[in-house]
Ligand binder design. Structure first.
Ligand code: BTN
Length: 268
């Protein structure tokens, strides 16, 4: 039964994918502590660029800033190994391309237009439906980025809606917003296809186009927000995304401030 899930998922996904490089190597598990941890520790010869690790459920899903990510059966828990062929300054854009890919796949499956929140959340009705975690290791021979995607897909929203994903943002699920279950393999295929599509922008030096697309998919601009950049609390209006991917805020005194690290953003 368990084995059947793994091999059916893998075979169907491999058949559906229309990619050149992403998903040429796929690992599917019934259960893992964390796909992120698994992908991070895969030996170099078993983790070519585009390797995908998927688990039906995770026992110790990892969220950002040391948080736990609740990962019951029904969600899409996936990590993708990237062997970057772009400048290290562009690493932040791997989060942008993952978020764009997820938003496209959600729209394709449900017609729901999700919205992006800097740096890496996908929201529906202001609630977080997907989180993205990027681990970067560019030291030594085994240079890789592991992009983790946690999409609360076919999960009853009552299971997770008591969780705050950061100080104020509530969690939701696709099932809660859409009302029905979605074919998880097909959803995975759409996300991976779109990740490859957007990744090609980065490898061909078109990061600015990724920023533009990201901005079109976000409602953050013009809103008052509180941002925690490390320990500093910044209050202001969100005005733009800079060329390096940082968030630009306009402060009360009219000056602007760039938020470079992944500060939590909450709206007022
Ligand atoms: C966040 O805190 O917003 C990021 C959550 C990322 C969760 C995903 S689920 C797949 C992958 N494996 C993990 O353990 N974490 C990421």
């Amino acid at each position: 039964m368990t084995e059947a899930f793994e091999s059916i998922f893998k075979t169907k996904l491999a058949k559906l994918l229309r990619t050149n490089r992403f998903g040429k190597s796929i690992y599917v598990f019934n259960e893992l502590d964390s796909t992120q941890e698994y992908a991070n520790t895969l030996p170099i010869n078993e983790s070519v660029h585009g390797t995908i690790v998927i688990a039906r459920k995770q026992n110790v899903g990892k969220g950002r800033i040391g948080r736990t990510w609740i990962s019951p059966e029904g969600g899409l828990w996936m990590s993708i190994v990237i062997r970057p062929d772009f400048s290290v300054d562009h690493i932040i854009f791997t989060q942008f391309i993952a978020a764009l890919a997820v938003a496209d796949a959600i729209q394709q499956a449900t017609n729901i237009r999700s919205r992006l929140k800097w740096p890496n959340d996908v929201l529906i009705n202001e609630k977080k439906v997907c989180g993205i975690l990027v681990d970067v290791n560019l030291e030594g021979k085994d240079k890789k980025i592991v992009m983790g995607i946690g999409l609360n897909a076919n999960i009853e929203s009552s299971l997770i809606n008591n969780y705050l994903t950061d100080d104020t943002t509530k969690a939701t699920t696709l099932k809660g917003e859409y009302g029905n279950d979605i074919d998880l393999v097909y959803l995975t295929k759409s996300i991976v296809d779109r990740i490859e599509y957007y990744y090609n922008f980065l490898s061909s030096g078109k990061a600015l186009e990724i920023i533009e697309l990201w901005k079109q998919n976000s409602d953050m601009f013009g809103r008052r927000a509180i941002v925690y950049d490390g320990i500093e609390k910044i209050i202001g209006e969100v005005v733009d995304i800079d060329q390096d991917g940082s968030l630009i805020m306009k402060l009360g005194d009219g000056s602007t401030k760039k938020i470079t690290y992944y500060g939590n953003v909450t709206f007022r």
